[in-house]
Design a protein around this ligand. Structure first.
Ligand SMILES: C=C(O[C@@H]1C=C(C(=O)O)C=C[C@H]1O)C(=O)O
Length: 420
């Protein structure tokens, strides 16, 4: 614990006998009605939390170079074909920013003022929470039409693609669960962190929407690290990471069909088209190779650019505008796929298949970094009701029943943590 980094907010609590943990901050924010985000980056141990003092979250244009430290959450529907500007992105300003290793805060910064004082008082009064509480399994809400409806939509998409109307579309569906009591979001977050060390794990509370979103996504959309290195990924093609006897498959021996290879190539090509539009040739493409994402395996390629070497400091923002929504969650050509999705999905995607992650966060000793991920493998909690979302990329070779099974497997990423 570097006490010189830690503000009085934490020392107050420490004088009461223990350091505040993420759940203390989270519950304090919820009590006051303040938005909060808790996350853990892929392959890291430290957990990060921010609390915003804006009760109503501002909607901003996702300008990574302009924004102060905070957390962005974008709905899927946040683009228009003329300007392609994600101007409806929710911005949780980092009025409180805390970094935890082993549940102890190692760094806390706070915007001083009345809200900070109120927060500090309540934080000091938090009872000891047990974030390891076991969850009481929820009851699935039966939707007898869902499978037939999804399969019919896939069949229609396949026919349209065979007629040459478009090349790929991602159709999604939901699965709802009813809990007896509102589940503990931080306990779920902790379980996801343990189970999926390579995923981006997050819990985001948006009181004005009455929602908490929890996710374990494997897909990086745009990141800019402290050295100005830009990265994006093309992820698509899905198979179980397990053999039918329950043993883990070896990623290096995974077999991929022509359909899956092409499906992923369409995402890579979409990214390359975005680079072409800004005449950027100096990217390094690696892959595709098999990547494990929890219970699943995908084909993934990564694209890296040194923004300092190419003198393009605003590349993150420019690419974010061009990329979202990629062909991994929408389709090719994009506008035709969007229309097909709007006409056929009978649920609102809301924040599913948008993007989310920290922007310009870091400690005083580090340059700020931004890490935005595609918001998949996620669920929305509204009190005791949970809605899981999953989609599958379709091409003219899709087999409708298999695509439905794929969405079931994708729901398992979170379900296996909720019901264990
Ligand atoms: C759309 C989702 O996942 C995306 C679609 C994939 C596919 O169609 O194979 C694979 C990975 C993701 O890019 C989802 O999980 O909901």
């Amino acid at each position: 614990m570097q006490s010189d980094n830690v503000s009085s907010i934490v020392s107050t609590t420490h004088s009461s006998g223990r350091w505040p943990s993420p759940v203390d901050f989270w519950e304090t924010a919820r009590t006051i009605g303040l938005p909060a985000a808790l996350w853990r980056l892929p392959n890291q141990q430290t957990k990060h939390l921010i609390v915003s003092f804006d009760e109503v979250v501002p909607r901003v244009s996702a300008d990574l170079e302009e924004l102060p430290a905070g957390f962005l959450v974008s709905p899927f529907d946040n683009f228009n074909s003329d300007t392609a500007s994600p101007a409806q992105t929710l911005f949780l300003r980092a009025d409180i920013q805390a970094i935890f290793s082993d549940a102890e805060p190692t760094h806390v910064t706070v915007t001083p003022g009345e809200t900070a004082d109120q927060f500090s008082d309540l934080l000091a009064k938090q009872p000891e929470h047990n974030s390891h509480v076991s969850l009481v399994a929820p009851t699935p809400i039966a939707d007898p039409e869902a499978e037939a409806q999804y399969i019919a939509n896939v069949a229609e998409a396949v026919s349209a693609m065979q007629r040459g109307e478009f090349r790929k579309v991602v159709l999604s569906r939901t699965k709802q669960l009813q809990f007896d009591d509102a589940p503990n979001a931080v306990a779920l977050f902790d379980k996801l962190c343990k189970k999926y060390p390579t995923a981006f794990i997050s819990a985001v509370s948006i009181p004005e929407k009455g929602q908490i979103w929890i996710s374990a996504t494997p897909e990086r959309l745009v990141s800019i690290d402290a050295n100005g290195i830009f990265q994006t990924n093309a992820l698509a093609g899905t198979q179980s990471a397990f053999e039918s006897d329950g043993t883990m498959k070896r990623p290096s021996e995974a077999m991929w069909s022509q359909k899956e290879i092409e499906e992923q190539a369409l995402v890579s090509r979409y990214i390359i088209e975005c680079f072409k539009r800004i005449r950027l040739r100096e990217y390094i493409e690696e892959g595709p190779k098999t990547v494990v994402a929890g219970n699943l395996m995908h084909l993934g390629s990564s694209f890296t650019v040194d923004t300092q070497a190419v003198r393009y400091p605003q590349l993150g923002t420019v690419m974010l505008r061009l990329l979202h929504p990629t062909s991994a969650v929408c389709g090719t050509p994009r506008d035709v796929a969007v229309n097909f999705i709007r006409q056929h999905e009978n649920h609102d995607r809301d924040l599913y298949s948008g993007f989310l992650g920290p922007v310009n966060t870091g400690t005083a000793s580090e340059s700020p970094a931004s890490d935005l991920f595609v918001h998949i493998r996620c669920m929305k909690l509204e009190g005791t009701l949970a809605t899981l979302y999953a989609g599958a990329g379709l091409t003219e070779y899709s087999v409708p029943e298999r695509e439905w099974q794929e969405t079931e497997l994708k729901c398992q990423t979170l379900l296996s943590v909720i019901i264990d």
